[in-house]
Design a protein around this ligand. Structure first.
Ligand SMILES: [Zn+2]
Length: 326
């Protein structure tokens, strides 16, 4: 048995994980006052689950941050105060068992692959930003240091809008297919057309939120539908790119925006079908992610279960782990 820990911007969820089943789940609000306070909060929830489920063999942790995988060092972290924290060493010291840390989108992709039973899978997580993960042969692809598979930061238009992420590029997929991008486009359109239905949905901050845009599209507003059409087209271009590079068996779409998939998925698939290489396209299925609310902890648990034997073999992070046990 291993533990999966999903550290989000608003809550920390922990569960005992065996295969793709999570039990003894517990969660608490994320303490964002500082790194130590946050880690104390994580420790508190983990101890609660250990008390109920027993001592785990290893712990996997997913965080909304860029992670150097071998050390678990947090390279950048926008929503939670963990930048520069050697998370693997810090948590290994607190719990005395091997700890593995990865980006939360990587964990979500790993969970999805194992839940649907496909060993080659690409998952896009459409939320405030665009995240993603790539699973190859059942294992997470991370690049040389763990910082790879930043699927939201491929350019789909060289002259597109500045990327809203922590990124110097323009016209990234995240510039079109994220909640931030929808808010930007809806707000711009509402300001250009002050008599439009979208303008009526402007909040006190003079912005039209992604949620309001989706509501307008659902109500049949032509401006909102046009913005969703553009969203779908750009997503389709991205999907075709990932299919051509990775040739997954499945390309899964998850994240909060996937709840509005009725407004974009069919159109995106049509666009991808027209662009991807035919021999690859006919072998892939594009579908909404099947993992539920506990996919984050399941992915973190799978991370620990899959990396533990590999880590033992290579001893790549032995120093960190043994320091944790002393
Ligand atoms: Zn970018």
């Amino acid at each position: 048995m291993v533990l999966g820990v999903d550290v989000g911007g608003t809550k920390v969820a922990v569960a005992a994980v065996e295969g793709v089943t999570a039990t003894h789940a517990a969660e608490h609000p994320t303490v964002t006052a500082g790194a130590d306070a946050l880690l104390d909060g994580v420790e508190h929830v983990v101890r609660e689950v250990i008390a109920a489920a027993g001592e785990p063999e290893a712990i996997g942790v997913g965080v909304p941050s860029q992670i150097e995988f071998a050390t678990g060092m947090v390279e950048t972290s926008v929503n939670i105060p963990l930048m520069g924290v050697p998370l693997r060493e810090e948590l290994g010291r607190r719990f005395g068992v091997p700890v593995f840390v990865d980006n939360d989108a990587n964990c979500a992709a790993l969970a999805e692959a194992h839940i649907v039973g496909e060993s080659h899978l690409v998952m896009l997580t459409l939320g405030t930003g665009v995240g993603g993960g790539v699973v190859i042969d059942g294992l997470t692809f991370r690049g040389a240091h763990g910082l790879g598979a930043e699927l939201g930061h491929i350019a789909v238009n060289p002259d597109g809008p500045p990327c809203p992420g922590n990124c110097p590029n323009r016209g990234c997929l995240e510039s079109y297919c994220s909640g931030q991008a929808l808010e930007r486009d809806a707000t711009e359109l509402a300001k250009d057309k002050p008599d439009s239905p979208l303008a009526e949905r402007m909040g006190p901050d003079r912005k039209v939120s992604g949620r309001e845009l989706v509501a307008a599209a659902d109500a049949g507003d032509s401006d909102a539908l046009l913005l969703m059409e553009n969203f779908a087209r750009m997503l389709g271009i991205g999907i075709a790119n990932y299919v051509n590079v990775f040739e997954p068996q499945r390309l899964a779409i998850g994240g909060g925006l996937s709840r509005a998939s009725h407004l974009f998925l069919e159109r995106a698939v049509k666009e991808a079908a027209a662009r991807a290489l035919p021999a690859l396209w006919k072998r892939v299925s594009v579908a909404l992610a099947e993992g539920g609310a506990d996919a984050g902890v399941i992915g973190a648990g799978l991370l620990a279960a899959l990396e533990m034997p590999r880590d033992r073999d290579t001893g790549s992070a032995k120093a960190t782990t043994s320091k944790g046990i002393e």
